[in-house]
Design a protein around this ligand. Structure first.
Ligand SMILES: *[C@@H]1O[C@H](CO)[C@@H](O)[C@H](O)[C@H]1NC(C)=O
Length: 327
């Protein structure tokens, strides 16, 4: 049988433009792919993974039974350094106090690494504080800004190991005001119980190539030209299943020293998309990352507001909780 391919001018044109289009689509697709890391299942080399893997480090203080006893709806995971005792004291008295929301179990844990220089009695004071409050987890990696990615993986690993009975966890910095009643109510209303992570989403980030930037990323460490969507590290909330998934993804995702971007890279690897939490009319980002002066009627409409000292947090909380002023 002979198949005659008669290339009339019209057919020729149609054929030509289809192949041109697919070539173009291919190019565009290729281009946008190379802006972000590939999702290839290639494990990191052992010596690279070893640095970020929590299994490399030892617990100096732990609370392995905390979640078993409480089965919390929400756990606050708060990275601090050993000498941040004032911040811890304030947080215990304010938004992370027990029994703040009736009939809702929350728990709080402070995550601490190894202090660089040992101030007098620091370790001993930390042990005493841990016995008194039962809310301190310490591991023996050096507690520096550049090691925060290790601390976040330690948080994920701790949740996956000791706290899978919880429903949600929040990684939140110590200088944040958290409107816990609003957050609990918000989480009780959403239907997604898996693969859920929300916060202030940064969807169009690019690596900073300026060496003087606090967020400098060299081309060697991160060759791609764009960052995947990520949630600002000030405070983000996720369903508990993600702790294990992010821990697993970290076996494949090259470490970078920015913990929130690193979590974004793990989410990209898992093909999970962080959700923005905002209201329209009026437009509000519920995870506020601009600095806002305290105003009760503004703060009741936010989940977090950033950038407060312990004494500011105390003042804010006192007014926020008082029933004398209302909105
Ligand atoms: C991170 O922690 C490790 C383990 O303690 C330490 O060897 C390393 O110097 C730390 N890195 C930075 C940049 O602080």
């Amino acid at each position: 049988m002979i198949i005659s391919l008669r290339f009339t001018p019209l057919r020729y044109l149609a054929f030509g433009s289809v192949s041109l289009l697919s070539l173009l689509a291919c190019l565009v697709w290729k281009n946008s792919e190379s802006e972000l890391p590939s999702r290839r299942l290639v494990p990191l080399e052992d010596h690279v993974f070893k640095v970020i893997s929590p299994s490399t480090y030892r617990y100096k203080l732990n609370q392995p039974k905390l979640c078993e006893r409480r089965q919390p709806f929400l756990v606050f995971m708060i990275p601090v350094t050993a000498d941040d005792s004032e911040a811890r004291e304030t947080i215990r008295k304010t938004w992370a106090q027990d029994n703040l929301v009736p009939n809702v179990n929350t728990a709080r844990l402070f995550f601490i690494g190894q202090p660089g220089d040992l101030l007098q009695n620091l370790e001993e004071r930390l042990r005493t504080e841990s016995k008194t409050y039962g809310d301190i987890i310490q591991m023996d990696f050096l507690d520096t800004y550049h090691n925060l990615t290790i601390k976040t993986l330690m948080i994920m690993n701790w949740l996956a190991t000791y706290c899978s009975s919880a429903q949600y966890a929040m990684k939140v910095d110590a200088d944040i005001f958290v409107n816990v009643p609003y957050l609990v109510d918000y989480l009780q209303k959403i239907s997604s119980q898996q693969d859920y992570i929300t916060g202030s989403v940064i969807a169009d980030g690019h690596p900073r190539r300026d060496q003087n930037s606090k967020w400098y990323l060299s081309k060697e460490v991160y060759p791609e030209s764009a960052l995947p969507p990520y949630v600002s590290g000030a405070g983000y909330v996720f369903s508990i299943d993600l702790a294990k998934k992010i821990s697993l993804a970290s076996r494949f995702v090259r470490p970078i020293p920015m913990e929130d971007v690193y979590v974004g890279l793990c989410l990209h690897f898992l093909d999970i998309h962080p959700k923005f939490s905002r209201t329209l009319l009026p437009y509000r980002n519920l995870f506020e990352i601009r600095r806002l002066d305290y105003d009760k009627c503004t703060f009741v409409q936010r989940i977090i507001v950033t950038g407060f000292s312990p004494s500011q947090l105390l003042d804010i909380w006192y007014d926020f909780q008082s029933t004398s002023s209302s909105c």
